[in-house]
Design a protein around this ligand. Structure first.
Ligand code: NAD
Ligand code: SF4
Length: 437
């Protein structure tokens, strides 16, 4: 392991992660001692419209993957429409490699609860939900505990801190379906239906939960709000870049010395992040990586100096996504990695639309054939053709996401495919993989 240089260490900006290592920060007494709920007191003295303006001024963009401007989304909520408004927090973190929201909810759940109260106040919602993935049992337990504590202290319920503002916050556990992280499938699931995506538009801001105006925001987005209220828009913008403001939690996994979460201003490069993580594992050199989970186009070693912000990653031909950076080395096989991701997406496809349901089924079969040494050069054309027919023709992002690593690896690593097909690489799967395929 190598020690990061001082100037690189200084790029760490612990904001959302700053309490993670404080013992008992998940309990309200500790949270309050560490400045917790002071942003709420400040926010309740401000007009809701001014809070929306503050979030707009900060340039905060959604941390769930798409990077949509948060203040703009809040502004879409019509006022005086007579309908109830809802805040729904998407805590169904499931993108392969992504692990920033679960530690946040486990170690610092009150920052999310406090952000939820402020955001609900800003959009005039009196009911909010946190939809957490079913497998995250421990994080859900911590969240429920935090919500109970917040009620007991008068931060939730009626007439919060004497402000006249009422809010109920419900923690709802999903049943472990990846598709319920898609915002409209999440809303269907929350309403008690099978979680399948709805047609957009209308977007949830217009017709969301129970057909009412709804803001759906990611955990990291909402947890950022108290810091913006306390620190101000200019302080937030002092981290990150002009168009991608603030700190971001980068989740590094794979062939690096110290996998984990590194919070830095948007725009840091992979080279610097790897240095912060103690370098590559001994004997490994970078071959390919995901900038934001497996549904974002893969990048290679030549992209190591890409600025990790929305614009920088787009200029390199990919998407910042969830900043889940899975690092693969010269000892990893891109064909095998793609097959593993594809098995996941195939399993998680909700089956609503044909390109994703059927396309993933056929692509998985083709990968199994190639990896068991039975592939032919024509399989590569079939894979490209199938992926091209999934892209842009699927009902929701899952289809596009599944096809992404296929297209990326065919583009960057065609030779690795041919090595299986032409017998230079030993099969990774036995003939059993083809049974039933
Ligand atoms: P999107 O760009 O379609 O929408 C982003 C957000 O902006 C949504 O909340 C949407 O309602 C809102 N929006 C967009 N246009 C709008 C308009 N005209 N009016 C009102 N609201 C509008 O992205 P998406 O399909 O919601 O999400 C895709 C992203 O999700 C991908 O970038 C991927 O990285 C990410 N993702 C994350 C995870 C995870 O575990 N966090 C899992 C899978 C995918
Ligand atoms: Fe369901 Fe896949 Fe179609 Fe999305 S793209 S609606 S997950 S079948």
């Amino acid at each position: 392991m190598t020690q990061p240089r001082r100037e690189v260490l200084q790029k760490l900006t612990p904001v959302l992660t700053k309490r993670w290592l404080s013992p008992d920060a998940w309990k309200i007494d500790t949270y309050e001692r560490l400045d917790g709920y002071s942003a709420l007191r400040k926010a309740l003295d401000v007009h809701p419209d001014d809070l929306i303006q503050l979030v707009k001024d900060s340039g905060l963009r959604g941390r769930g993957g798409a990077g949509f401007p948060t203040g703009l989304k809040w502004n879409f909520i019509p006022q005086g429409d007579g309908k109830p408004h809802y805040l729904v927090i998407n805590a169904d973190e499931g993108e392969p490699g992504t692990c920033k929201d679960l530690p946040l909810m486990t170690y610092d759940p009150h920052s999310l609860v406090e952000g939820a109260i402020i955001a609900s106040y800003a959009i005039r919602a009196s009911r909010a939900f946190i939809y957490i993935r079913g497998e995250a049992v421990h994080a859900a337990r911590r969240l429920r505990y935090a919500v109970r504590e917040a009620y007991a202290k008068g931060y939730l319920g009626e007439n919060i801190l004497g402000s006249g503002f009422d809010l109920d916050l419900v923690v709802h556990s999903g049943a472990g379906a990846y598709i319920c992280g898609e915002e409209t499938a999440l809303l269907d699931s929350l309403e008690g239906f099978r979680g399948q995506p709805r047609l957009r538009p209308p977007f949830p801001a217009v017709a969301g939960l129970y057909a009412s105006p709804t803001v759906v925001n990611n955990v990291g987005t909402i947890a950022s709000v108290p810091y913006i209220v306390l620190g101000g828009a200019d302080w937030w913008k002092s981290m990150g870049t002009e168009k991608s403001s603030g700190p971001m939690i980068y989740s590094l996994s794979g062939r690096i010395a110290n996998p984990g979460q590194y919070e830095c201003g948007l725009g840091i490069t992979l080279r610097e992040l790897i240095e912060l993580a103690g370098g590559m594992k001994p004997g490994h050199s970078l071959k390919f990586w995901t900038p934001g989970g497996s549904s974002t186009p893969l990048l290679t070693a030549e992209h190591i100096d890409t600025p990790m912000d929305f614009e920088g990653v787009a200029a390199a031909g990919s998407i910042l996504g969830t900043t889940a950076m899975q690092i693969f080395s010269d000892q990893d096989c891109p064909v095998y990695a793609t097959w593993r991701w594809l098995e996941f997406y195939h399993h998680e496809s909700c089956g609503k639309c044909t390109p994703c349901r059927e396309g993933n089924y056929w692509m998985v079969r083709t990968y199994r054939r190639i990896l068991s040494g039975e592939g032919t050069p024509a399989d590569l054309d079939t894979l490209q053709d199938t992926a091209d027919n999934i892209f842009g023709r699927s009902f929701c992002g899952l289809g596009d996401g599944a096809a992404t690593p296929v297209v990326s690896t065919l583009k960057w690593f065609r030779q690795d495919y041919l090595d299986y097909i032409e017998g230079r690489t030993a099969p990774r799967l036995s003939a059993k993989a083809l049974v039933g395929a």
